[in-house]
Design a protein around this ligand. Structure first.
Ligand code: ADP
Ligand code: ADP
Length: 227
């Protein structure tokens, strides 16, 4: 079970005098797709990075499946992260990019190949497996970044503005694909965006942040009814 709970979780940056994330309380259910939305500087990325172990949980707790993440290094959390810049290895092929994390974990070449092929099929990337990222379009690169996350079969996906480098049309297409894929896999997902339409169309529930604090946490329908 990969339910997530933020319990009065706070983060403060060393050179700052205000909390980037201020006593955040959120209960995310196993398999849920939760979007963190809010203006720039509202603490979305920080809240996500605290979950992924990329920023400290300075106060409070974050639990995944009941297990406290305070002090647990990023590599020991069963989380795959998808970033807006994709961070693909330019000298590796699409297949190698997708399988790299498994290789590092000592997964055999046979199993890696099988998992990469399955993910490529889900993401419509089969024909690109032997190409280098530079030969792909932005949308295809974005799917490779997704593929790299899903081959690991993590407990949790953390996505930080994964569509912000795509043009408007592709963004609409891709958000539908990501939402459909998440529902198929059933992996608990926390997704950061500043785009309200993206939040309302993709999330099972949407957490609205402002100045590091939670303003609202509700389904899109509920948010439309009481904006
Ligand atoms: P968002 O993702 O909503 O744009 P962030 O989590 O990036 O918000 O930032 C929240 C607050 O923390 C902002 O005031 C931002 O300037 C500050 N902040 C973010 N990263 C750092 C950092 N590395 N050092 C100092 N302050 C930071
Ligand atoms: P984001 O989309 O994450 O909000 P930003 O453009 O706000 O991106 O920030 C880019 C990078 O700079 C991030 O790594 C963030 O942690 C860092 N950052 C943001 N605000 C500050 C700040 N006030 N001081 C230092 N670093 C910051």
């Amino acid at each position: 079970m990969a339910n997530i709970s933020y319990e009065n979780a706070s983060c403060i940056y060393e050179n700052s005098d205000s909390l980037a994330v201020d006593s955040l309380n959120l209960n995310i259910e196993d398999g849920e797709f939760v979007v963190l939305v809010g203006p720039s500087g509202s603490g979305k990325s920080t809240a996500l990075r605290m979950l992924a172990g990329l920023e400290d949980i300075d106060e409070g707790h974050i639990r995944i499946g009941g297990k406290d993440m305070v002090g647990v290094p990023s590599k020991d959390r069963d989380i795959a992260m998808v970033f807006q810049n994709y961070a693909l290895y330019p000298n590796k092929t699409v297949g190698e990019n997708m399988g790299f994390a498994l290789k590092m974990r000592g997964v055999s070449a046979d199993v890696r190949k099988k998992k990469v092929e399955e993910a490529a099929k889900l993401l419509d990337l089969t024909q690109f497996l032997d190409r280098k990222p530079a030969k792909l379009s932005g949308g295809q690169r974005q799917r490779v970044a997704m593929g790299r996350a899903i081959v690991r079969e993590p407990q949790v996906f953390c996505m930080d503005e994964p569509l912000s480098n795509l043009d408007a049309k592709l963004r609409v297409q891709t958000r539908t694909q990501i939402a459909a894929l998440q529902r198929k896999l059933g992996t608990t997902t926390v997704y950061v965006t500043h785009d309200q339409v993206e939040a309302m169309t993709m999330g099972d529930r949407v957490a609205v942040l402002k100045l590091g604090q939670l303003q609202q946490f509700a389904s899109p329908t509920e948010l439309y009814d009481r904006p």
